[in-house]
Design a protein around this ligand. Structure first.
Ligand code: AMP
Ligand code: GLY
Length: 421
């Protein structure tokens, strides 16, 4: 099978690594890829948000299966164009991708599905939004409706911050993503993510994870794309997972199918858990990054079979062969991230690190130049390990982190703390 993966982050390196372990994979191309991916697969330059360009590339390269990593090509309808061309694809349609691309759409679907989530109001007018904030009071959460690269959510602990956020959003701070806002009740609890595969009809859990969104240890400081993750997340117990499936995910998938937009691909449910009750924070229509890295480390080569079964509407007969294991990933980011950061610093010591089924450094923002590995992005490396316990996995991961020689980068020393403390 010839496979094309779209994307260039740590998530796509982990997907490529898992796919390569499956003997079914004859050829793997990743577009655009990065320096780490280039060590295990061919990388190609391609406009991945253009359905036409992706279809032509897939046809020219005799691609049998396309796996779409990030949300932008999904929201741009790349999966639809591939399906129309008769090419097998893992990823939802543009219509179904609105579960991530529009927060008001998701809230409305949750209303119909009766899925537990935060109370909310939806506004296209600044004065009406402000009146709602004044009536509800703080804490309150203000969200730009559209895709805003993870930056469109303002948690306001006082009323003025929320009112200012409305001025910013309607003033164009988030471009067209902020022309509509959703204002939500602030939910307390512990967050965790549940990942399920869907084929339009059947749903299969492929595990839980917990991300670390804040830049600083103890979950302090600015929000980031994620500074580390581990799987499984003990807060998402078997009982809470079952409730999340019955109360949130299955009813949502049914509403999507009833509306003629059956969901196919991976669905990432961000959940807030309090007193044994899961509530939906958000859906994403792709794997999380860095959560994908720990899921792939645990699934290995079977991930390809599972994604293919989802794409071919055969999930009803699929099952996950679980090992009783734990995985953790520590993100190494460029100094300054998530603010402005320097680019081009050299990373040394990577070639001496182990690379096997329990230890991998997945690359995000890197490039290879003159035999050196250079940092090019904010999040740069995902140092990932597996073990029989979370503690064992964590010790392995930090031993690798400590062997990386990169003065231009930093990391959090406490990934996994909620599960270990
Ligand atoms: P979102 O992009 O909707 O996932 O929001 C980003 C982050 O903001 C989430 O992962 C939560 O940590 C936080 N968040 C979003 N909505 C709420 C809410 N209603 N209550 C509490 N925290 C929230
Ligand atoms: N790590 C959070 C995300 O991928 O959205």
């Amino acid at each position: 099978m010839n496979i094309l993966i779209l994307g260039s982050g740590g998530r796509e390196h982990a997907l490529a690594w898992a796919v390569m372990q499956n003997p079914k994979c004859d050829k793997l191309i990743v577009a655009p890829g990065n320096a780490g991916i280039a060590q295990i697969a061919d990388c190609a330059t391609l406009d991945i948000d253009s359905g036409g360009a992706v279809v032509s590339f897939a046809e020219e390269n005799a691609i049998d299966f396309v796996i779409i990593g990030p949300e932008a090509p999904l929201a741009a309808g790349v999966a639809d164009r591939l399906r129309e061309a008769g090419i097998l694809v893992f990823g939802p349609s543009e219509a179904a991708a609105r579960l991530e691309a529009s927060k008001s759409f998701t809230k409305e679907v949750c209303d119909v599905a009766k899925a537990p989530t935060a109370g909310y109001g939806h506004f296209t007018d600044a004065e009406a939004a402000k009146a709602y904030i004044r009536a509800e009071g703080a804490p309150i959460v203000v969200k730009a409706d559209g895709l805003a690269a993870g930056k469109g959510v303002i948690m306001a602990f006082d009323e003025q911050t929320a009112l200012d956020a409305i001025d910013d959003m309607f003033g164009g701070a988030f471009g067209s993503a902020g022309a509509e806002v959703v204002i939500e009740e602030f939910m307390e609890g512990e967050e965790a993510s549940l990942f399920v595969l869907c084929d339009g009809e059947n749903i299969l859990s492929i595990g839980s994870a917990q991300d670390h969104k804040r830049v600083g240890e103890g979950d302090t400081g600015l929000n980031t794309g994620g500074m580390g993750a581990y799987s499984p997340a003990p807060v998402l117990s078997a009982e809470i997972e079952a409730r999340s499936m019955e109360e949130i995910i299955k009813p949502t998938m049914k509403v999507m199918a009833d509306r003629g937009m059956p969901y196919q691909g991976v669905l990432y449910a961000g959940l807030m858990i309090k007193d044994g009750q899961p509530r939906l924070v958000e859906y994403n229509v792709r794997f999380g990054d860095p959560e994908c890295q720990v899921l792939m480390m645990r699934l290995g080569g079977q991930a390809l079979d599972l994604m293919q079964a989802a794409a071919e509407s055969r999930l009803g007969e699929a099952q996950v062969n679980w090992a009783d294991d734990h995985a953790i990933t520590v993100v190494m980011a460029a100094n300054g991230y998530p603010g402005s950061y320097e680019k081009g610093s050299e990373i040394k010591g990577l070639s001496a690190l182990p690379e096997d089924s329990s230890n991998m450094v997945f690359h995000a923002g890197t490039k290879a130049e003159d035999g050196k590995v250079l940092a090019t992005g904010g999040r740069v490396l995902n140092v990932t390990a597996r073990g029989e316990s979370l503690q064992e996995a964590r010790d392995r991961a930090y031993a690798m982190v400590d062997a990386v020689d990169w003065p231009g980068g930093f990391f959090r020393r406490d990934i996994g703390w909620r599960a270990l403390d």
